[in-house]
Each structure stands twice: as structure tokens, then as C-alpha cells.
Design a protein around this ligand. Structure first.
Ligand code: PLP
Length: 428
């Protein structure tokens, strides 16, 4: 154990989880280096955050330039340019139809929490519908919307009233064969929740991840999100798409909801928005965000000048370098390699994903689909020993997720996948 790990044991709350017992002291693009000088290929991107790589030079310059000008005043006190320019940029770049507005916060949880608060206040209706297996963060309302009990909710009750969970089309694990059936079953239950268990008169919003992230990179059938949008419109319910993990080209589109051709009312952004500086956002229709009571949302640090300056540069780079297309291309390489692995290892129940958001679900047998949680952990540890950092996910902690940066070289992408392949071979 290195000296920093000892500090963690002594001084950091046991509540804060740790995937890898190493200490990272620096990074550069797809590489990380630990306190003992070992290099790792980073297929975590700090949970889908550093999409433009670690310590991106242009982002460093943007941060330093802004640090020298102004690093805090608070948007409640005065205007400052980076907050306002970023609001304009996102209003123009997020493909929701019509006029849009934005508000900034610090974490993904704050973004989802505020989207729910905004929906409640703007509609005057209390209920929020979210999904089983979904993850929206750890603050109390975000946690309530999160659709997984362990470990997130243990001992934290009472949670927030008027949040209801509906099933997500996790078709691999639902007892139906084709995607269409799976979608219609899930939607008919949702319809009953909204019309029988509740009433559209009391439901303000449905919040949904376009691909469940922590849930295990579950890609819903296209029809699901389309029908969800229709159901929301029909019942005068806001559709909030949580793009905290999926946004910023991760899936090959700027926003993952673009794969589904839908037009949500609000989106929540976080993680990759400032490539690792704390920043998050709610962006949505002007008729919703433009009628929120002054002072009822916000916070001391939300939309910090330095984080916002970096976020502006992130968008500039993404557009200039056409990184969504690059994510799509890298995704094809990943898909091919994961196909090969699927054909080699019968403990891979399914591989799935879009763009560079890819995952392997591991099972004890393809017939029973019993989750292989221990094997998942073993493979992740073996990969680390061989210089590749991965993270797990999934309803049953049996999913290996691959979150490489969009700026990774093809060579290193393939190298990382080969390390993963070897780790699977060694662990099986
Ligand atoms: C979809 C989604 N929403 C919200 C959050 C919460 O973000 P944060 O950890 O920044 O609060 C996450 C984090 O993983 C997420 O994946």
C-alpha cells in the first residue's frame, strides 16, 4: 500500500467508494500515472468525464487565462461573461426545438435535482417518474429518483415524497424475446403508473437516461424513447433527459437523445461539460426555465467563471475536431473487438453500447444469465495489473464499462482492448 492509500484509510470516510487501490498523481490524454511511476491506459475517463483527455493543453490555457481575470463573483451578485456566453452556446447547441434557457450548478446530482424542482414549480404538479436501475445522483431528491436501493439509499430514509419508479427496457433481462415486445410491455406498465396508480394531473416530469449509465450501459430500443416522448406530450408531462453521463459526444452524437429523434423539454448535463472541472447544467425550453421564481434555484458556485471558460473551450474543440464523428468511428473499432471477445468467452452474456460508451455484461452461463459479479471484479483487477483502468456498473455489479476518452489514439484503444481480452483469458 502506498503512503497516500494509508491516508485514505485513516482520514477518508468509508462511505466514499474506491474502485482501484492506487494513487494517481498525474495524467496526459489517455494515460494516467500512479505514485509509484506506473502508467495506465484510462478507460474510465473518471466516470465518463475527461472526454478530451487528461490535462488537455487548450483547456489548461483557457482555465489559466480565466483564473488570471476572475475566478469567483457568483452569478447572483453580478453578471460575468463566461456564464452568459455558455448559456447562449448551450441554448444554441442543444438540439431541443424553439427558444431555450440554461442554469448552471456544480454536480450532476444538482442538475437532476434542479430539473425536478423546475418541473414541479413550472407545472404546479408534484410527482416525478423515474426508472428502475436509473442513476441521477446522491443528493436527497436525486437519490430518490435514482432507481437502485443498494448501496445508495441504505439508512438515508425518509427520502423525498412523490417520486415513482417505472421499469426500464432492460430487454436482456426482461422475459421477452424481441425488442419491440420488451418496449411495449414496459410502456404499458408506465401508462398504468401514470393513469391508474397516479394521474397525469399530478405528474410534472418523467426523467430518463437515454442509455442507463450506472445501470450498465443499457441501450433502450429506439421505439421506447419515441413512445415515451409521445406519452409525455399526450399527458402534458415534461420529458427530462438526463445526459450527465451520455452527453458531449460520448455516444457518437452531441446528445445521446439525438439517436432517438426526440425533442425533450429539458436536459441535464454534467461530467464532460467542463472535462473535469465541477460544472453542471439544466438546459430547456424558455417557457419552462423562463418562469421560475427568482432565487428559488442557483447557488454560490454554480457556473463558476473558470469552469464555464473551460466548458466554452470544450464545445469549441468538440466542434472543430468533429469529436462526435470520431467517437462513432472509435466505437466501431470497439464493437468489432467486443464481438470477437463475445465469440471467445461464453461468460460474456451481452456486449452493448453506442459510440465509445461500451459495456460487457458477464454471466455465469448464457442460458441462466446469472450475474458473474466476482468474475467481473477479477477481470477489472487483472486488467489494472496489466496497465488498464476499467470500472464496473450494472444492476448486479456484473458489467464492465468502457469509457475511453474521445481523444485516445486508435493504437491505444486497440492496445487497451487487448489488455482486456488477456485479462478475461487469465481470469476465466
Ligand atoms: C446519468 C447521471 N445522472 C446524474 C449523475 C450524478 O452526477 P454527480 O456524480 O456529478 O452528482 C450521474 C453520475 O454518475 C449520472 O451518470
Amino acid at each position: 500500500m502506498d503512503k497516500f492509500s494509508k491516508l485514505r484509510q485513516e482520514y477518508v470516510s468509508t462511505g466514499v467508494p474506491l474502485e482501484h487501490p492506487i494513487t494517481i498523481v498525474r495524467g496526459k490524454n489517455e494515460y494516467l500515472y500512479d505514485s509509484e511511476g506506473r502508467a495506465y491506459l484510462d478507460f474510465t475517463s473518471g466516470i465518463g468525464v475527461t472526454n478530451l483527455g487528461h490535462v488537455n493543453d487548450e483547456l489548461v490555457s483557457a482555465a489559466i487565462e480565466q483564473l488570471k481575470k476572475l475566478w469567483h463573483i457568483c452569478i447572483h451578485i453580478t453578471n460575468y461573461p463566461t456564464y452568459l456566453l455558455l448559456a447562449k452556446e448551450l441554448a444554441e447547441s442543444i438540439p431541443i426545438s424553439g427558444s431555450k434557457m440554461a442554469a448552471f450548478f456544480n454536480s450532476g446530482a444538482e442538475a437532476t435535482e434542479n430539473a425536478a424542482k423546475i418541473a414541479r414549480q413550472a407545472s404546479g404538479k408534484p410527482y416525478i417518474v423515474s426508472f428502475i436501475g436509473g442513476f441521477h445522483g446522491r443528493t436527497l431528491l436525486a437519490l430518490t429518483m435514482t432507481g437502485k436501493y443498494k448501496p445508495y439509499k441504505i439508512g438515508f430514509e425518509p427520502l423525498v415524497p412523490s417520486v415513482v419508479h417505472a421499469p426500464y427496457p432492460y430487454c436482456y433481462r426482461l422475459p421477452v424475446k424481441d425488442g419491440e415486445d420488451c418496449t411495449s410491455i414496459v410502456l404499458s406498465i408506465l401508462e398504468q403508473i401514470i393513469n391508474v396508480s397516479l394521474s397525469p394531473d399530478v405528474v410534472s416530469a418523467i426523467i430518463v437516461e437515454p442509455i442507463q449509465g450506472e445501470g450498465g450501459f443499457i441501450v433502450p430500443p429506439k421505439q421506447f424513447l419515441r413512445e415515451l416522448e409521445r406519452l409525455a406530450r399526450r399527458n402534458n408531462i415534461y420529458l427530462v433527459v438526463d445526459e450527465v453521463q451520455t452527453g458531449y459526444c460520448r455516444t457518437g452524437r452531441f446528445m445521446a437523445f439525438e439517436h432517438y429523434g426526440i425533442d425533450p423539454d429539458m436536459v441535464t448535463l454534467g461530467k464532460a461539460i467542463a472535462n473535469g472541472l465541477p460544472l453542471s447544467a439544466v438546459v430547456g425550453r424558455k417557457e419552462i426555465l423562463g418562469r421560475i421564481e427568482p432565487g428559488s434555484i442557483g447557488g454560490t458556485y454554480g457556473g463558476n467563471p473558470v469552469a464555464a471558460a473551460v466548458a466554452l473551450k470544450v464545445i469549441e474543440i468538440i466542434k472543430r475536431e468533429n469529436l462526435c464523428k470520431r467517437a462513432e468511428e472509435l466505437g466501431k473499432i470497439m464493437e468489432e473487438k467486443l464481438d470477437e471477445m463475445y465469440n471467445k468467452y461464453s461468460f460474456i452474456g451481452e456486449h452493448r453500447g453506442l459510440g465509445v460508451m461500451r459495456a460487457l455484461e458477464l454471466v455465469k452461463s448464457r442460458e441462466t444469465k446469472e450475474p458473474a459479479k466476482k468474475l467481473t471484479k477479477k477481470i477489472i483487477e487483472e486488467a489494472r495489473r496489466n496497465g488498464l483502468l476499467l470500472i464496473k456498473a450494472g444492476y448486479y455489479s456484473n458489467v464492465i464499462r468502457l469509457h475511453p476518452p474521445l481523444t485516445i489514439s486508435e493504437e491505444n484503444l486497440i492496445k487497451g482492448l487487448e489488455i482486456l481480452d488477456k485479462a478475461m483469458k487469465a481470469s476465466s
